[in-house]
Design a protein. Sequence first.
Length: 224
Amino acid sequence: MDAAAARGGGWSLVVPLKPLALAKSRLADAAGAARPALALAFALDTVAAALACPLVADVTVVTDDTTAGARLAELGAFVVADVPAAGLNAALRYGAQRVRERGAAGVAALNGDLPALRPAELSLVLAAAAEAPERAFLADAAGVGTTLLAAGPGTELAPGFGGASRARHLASGACEITLSGVPSVRRDVDTPDDLRAALALGVGPRTAATCAAYAAAGQAPGPE
């Protein structure tokens, strides 16, 4: 992709977020009543870190959750309803469409459950994405899923998130970003073990406070 064009006005990120009552279902047994609060904290810390990244122009969150939408808008994110209501990839395609209507050049989908996200590490990933021919992606810490998928100017995002999405994105022709030293961009949180790993990296303030409050009450996993 045209690196200068992708970086000229910064990348526009699209972050999907389920309604909080449904989000992070695999944390249900461990987190109990803390699960919706944790899902919100993850999203808030992810978006705050993304907005602090110098290569990010703006962040659009696709969600039907009014509580989360209001909190994320306070951080400076654009918030749009999940009009397709047809799952994760449909939400990302819709978000990318809305972003491109604003005239954005480079568009990237970013998971909303990266509570340890570091702006400097995200910059490294986005700079690498700008050097790819058209589309590029970063695999998750497990090497199975995807945490970021980027598309340059004039290129469809064509997301294939969910399950074994690393293989799916490779098969679609997207280039894999193989950087080392970007663990915070790879560390999404689906399970209690994922959360402990994120806490070990160092999570954002909202996730840290939420985990501390619920762990003190014995209602959420904490670091070991």
